[in-house]
Design a protein around this ligand. Structure first.
Ligand SMILES: Cc1cc2nc3c(=O)[nH]c(=O)nc-3n(C[C@H](O)[C@H](O)[C@H](O)COP(=O)(O)OP(=O)(O)OC[C@H]3O[C@@H](n4cnc5c(N)ncnc54)[C@H](O)[C@@H]3O)c2cc1C
Length: 304
């Protein structure tokens, strides 16, 4: 049985891992990947110490630092269920393996929200994508649509106007992202912004060929001929694995107090998956550090 299991290898989980290893805890990091959402981030301008750094470079730096404080790692597998057992917790991984620990830090972050329209599931990976930064270059020279009106959608549109022939930005509501991003978009000549438009369906034989959108004011529907659609309508917490263990809030986030404690002794949570406001790298990293220090105190108390 490990002292501590850290679930999630984004900034919250990696920071928790470093603090944990420095406390010489016998710990396991289990995660679907290393870096989490930073893998989808091209440029970061608000992480302390760097005026600008690319996402993959920041992940490299985290990993280099982590390699100085090794802990057991199981990367590429995910926890499908976390259960309470006598003296601690048991994680059941998707691959079927089981891991036990006295305490847990849950830092599973968030993932892209689905649009839930006809054609979306069938054409995912065939023109429907949830990450402009990852998949944008595939659509170079094509007409594309970005769906959403927040920062992720604005950033995706800003990326795509540089590489696509034409970009439609389709938003159900007025644009809600940062003014600085909206200003940057106003210079683009190959962009139409269609606010208060609902995406009704995505069509195509083998690949996306068009989307159908409806003007919410006039009720008129029209089709846009596009080869790609970037769905950027926000994120949802990866909290399913613990939904049977603790009570989540309405958004599916794990409620924590300012010491990263949950309602369950020994079960800590950190980063975007929690109720802590402001989902940012620096916040997640700080919360991960705090959770590790609190878990260490808890384990010390258990040992007394
Ligand atoms: C496109 C984009 C741009 C962004 N730009 C910025 C920016 O410029 N500046 C900034 O500060 N923030 C930015 N953010 C937000 C920032 O990336 C997040 O706030 C931060 O990554 C959250 O860290 P986290 O560790 O809580 O979760 P995540 O980064 O989501 O990491 C979660 C980790 O948990 C793993 N995981 C998920 N489920 C399981 C499971 N069941 N079992 C095991 N492992 C699991 C995942 O594989 C992943 O490794 C951006 C986000 C996006 C999507």
């Amino acid at each position: 049985m490990y002292d501590l299991m850290i679930i999630g290898g984004g900034p919250a989980g990696l920071s928790a891992s470093i603090y944990t290893a420095r406390k010489r805890l016998n710990a396991l990091l289990i995660s679907g990947d290393i870096g989490g959402q930073i893998n989808q981030t091209l440029g970061i301008e608000n992480y302390l110490g760097y005026q600008f750094i690319e996402g993959p470079e920041l992940i490299d730096k985290f990993q280099t630092q982590m390699s100085q404080y090794p802990i057991d790692q199981k990367i590429g597998d995910k926890v499908s269920r976390l259960e309470k057992i006598e003296g601690g917790f048991e994680a059941v991984a998707e691959a079927g393996d089981r891991y036990q620990s006295r305490a847990v830090i849950f830092a599973a972050g968030k993932r892209a929200r689905k649009l839930k329209v006809p054609g979306e599931t069938e054409l995912t990976g065939r023109g429907v994508t949830y990450c402009a930064i990852c998949d944008g270059p595939v659509f170079a020279g094509q007409r594309v649509a970005v769906v959403g009106g927040g920062n992720s959608a604005l950033e995706a549109a800003l990326d795509m106007v540089k590489i696509a022939e034409y970009v439609y930005l389709v938003s159900l509501t007025p644009l809600s992202g940062d003014a600085i991003l909206i200003d940057k978009l106003s210079d683009a000549k190959n962009l139409s912004i269609l606010t208060e438009h609902q995406t009704e369906k995505i069509e195509g034989q083998d690949f996306v060929e068009r989307i159908v959108i409806k003007n919410l004011k006039s009720g008129e529907s029209k089709q846009l001929d596009v080869g790609g659609i970037f769905i950027e309508i926000g994120l949802m917490p990866n909290s399913e694995a613990v939904s049977g263990l603790i009570k989540l809030n309405e958004a599916g986030e794990v409620p924590v107090n300012c010491s990263n404690e949950t309602e369950l002794a020994g079960f800590y949570a950190a980063g975007d998956v929690t109720t802590v406001p402001e989902k940012q790298i620096i916040v997640a990293a700080g919360e991960g550090a705090k959770a590790a220090l609190q878990a260490h105190r808890y384990l010390q108390r258990l040992a007394e």
